[in-house]
Design a protein around this ligand. Structure first.
Ligand code: ADP
Length: 212
């Protein structure tokens, strides 16, 4: 099964991804996570990506598409998982067209799109309170999902989670990624999730859509 999570930054895609992937034995492919891992190498390429990310700009389609192709066609993917859940990819029409062809070449197709709906002001509020644990990668929210006390977490705020960068990421989302909603509506695979609901309720809606 191939699932795509579509929606603005901070709409709960990452949180929902881990629950859905466990239930359906899917590989969680978050291009943001792959890039964050890559920038730990401080070579020229790593620095180039890190700069774009911290400014809330997209990485080029060529780089992202190549990276996704390598993962989709890896042996591990084919032998260990029953599909892939894409989180943060595709983000442009060019990426979506590339993905259609890549999946077709591998005898697969997109089965479900989950579209996470939430208003801009709610997103900004959510993201400025987001913190990540450096050691585990676990994501917390100081207001809605506070980290446990008295543990040796190393919490940090992502460089692109500062308010001015979030506003730019939202602009980029509207311009480059929102057109994908129509692109996929034509295929009739888009199910909508109210991303203002608590996580458990969001997951219930998502599971209903996936069972259709
Ligand atoms: P969020 O969903 O919170 O915006 P992500 O972790 O998905 O965050 O992405 C963080 C950053 O990584 C993006 O702002 C962009 O710079 C880069 N990135 C991630 N996925 C893509 C993609 N598919 N195409 C281009 N850039 C990407």
């Amino acid at each position: 099964m191939i699932i795509i999570l579509l929606g603005p930054p901070g709409s709960g895609k990452g949180t929902s991804s881990s629950v859905i992937c466990k239930k359906h034995n899917l590989f969680p492919l978050s291009t943001g996570d792959v890039l964050r891992e890559r920038i730990k190498q401080p070579d020229e390429f790593g620095k180039h990506i890190a700069k774009l990310m911290s400014n809330g700009e997209l990485i080029s389609d060529e780089i992202i598409n190549q990276l996704v192709k390598e993962i989709v066609e890896s042996d591990k993917m084919k032998s260990e998982y029953d599909g892939i859940l894409f989180d943060g990819y595709p983000r442009t029409v060019q990426q979506a067209e590339f993905l259609e062809k890549l999946l077709a070449d591998n005898n697969q197709k997109v089965n479900h799109i989950l579209l996470f709906n939430i208003a801009d002001d709610a997103i900004v509020k959510r993201i400025v309170s987001r913190r990540v644990d450096r050691k585990t990668g676990n994501v917390y929210n100081l207001i809605s999902n506070p980290p446990p006390e008295n543990t040796d977490l190393e919490l940090y705020q992502r460089a692109d989670d500062k308010e001015e960068v979030i506003l730019h990421r939202l602009e980029v989302y509207k311009k480059q990624t929102e057109p994908l909603i129509d692109f996929y509506r034509k295929n009739g695979v888009v199910g909508e999730v109210d991303a203002t609901l608590p996580v458990e309720k969001m997951i219930v809606t998502a599971n209903k859509i996936l069972a259709e």
